[in-house]
Design a protein around this ligand. Sequence first.
Ligand code: PMP
Length: 312
Amino acid sequence: MSAAFRGASHCWMNGSVVETERALVSAMEPIYLGIFEGIKAYVEGDVLGEGDLNIFQWKPHIDRLWRSAAVVGLKIPYAKSELLEATREAIRANGFRTNAYIQPRVWPKAGTGRYLAKEFHVVIPTWKFDTLLGKGNPRFGEERRFMISTWRRIASDALPPQVKSWANYANSGLAIREAARLGYDGAIFLDNRGFVCEGTGACLMTVRNGRVITPPVTASILESVTRGTFLEFIPEDLGVPVEVRDITRVELYASDEAFLCGTGGEATPITSVDDIKIGEEYPGPITTRVAEYYAELLAGSVEKRRSWLTPV
Ligand code: PMP
């Protein structure tokens, strides 16, 4: 079992909890037509501790899964409430008491019509992950050198990045491999107009003159749940103004701070882009404040934001 699937002895598949190693499908499955979601559950009280888990932003994630399904013509044969129960069952079956990642996947069943399929698989694997967040976490401040990918982000009129489909990640894979080959830690895409877009698996935020700036949904980005969350709490709870607008490549280089935001990326500080150091302080003060507050919120310590959590 790979490190990524640490501890995931069980998953939920088509109606019941099964052993992950026995969650078998035919080699003929058209998995390339699939969609998915990436959701996290964090430990109550302290994201670096152990205990009961709360799923973060269940509703917007599951709503996006349904929207992705509608766009690509898949039908999820369960109610949203059934998938919540399924997720709870999968987490409990694994006995997780530390943070868990949840990845509901939907694709057409082999032999049922492929592009016009009538039947669909729904599988929910879960696994443990190491968070960047939490008090004194040394991973947060590690150096991260990014490059602007020579690959452009897929355009909405060709392969919509707003749909969370596996096919989109072929584009991310090209950029990730290029960055790794050239010795960078990660890549940032430009959109097909040449404006700053997003990372390979997370959205991007910059800080200039005390304001947090992030590209609009029309800049070929995934409508990220974390981005939406940050756009809400950064001005309302931290009093830091936010701006949603196109960002040029030079503006990114000339930012005071830059960070990625996403379910996987959480709040990931960026040290440099194309070897140009971002700002004077790393990690920057606003990035650090956002990440610290986000960790509190995920742990359920921010009373007014507890509605974003769903107990397992
Ligand atoms: N952009 C891309 C390309 C992603 O894969 C992700 C991760 N799902 C995000 C942005 C962040 O989205 P979210 O906050 O909903 O996880």
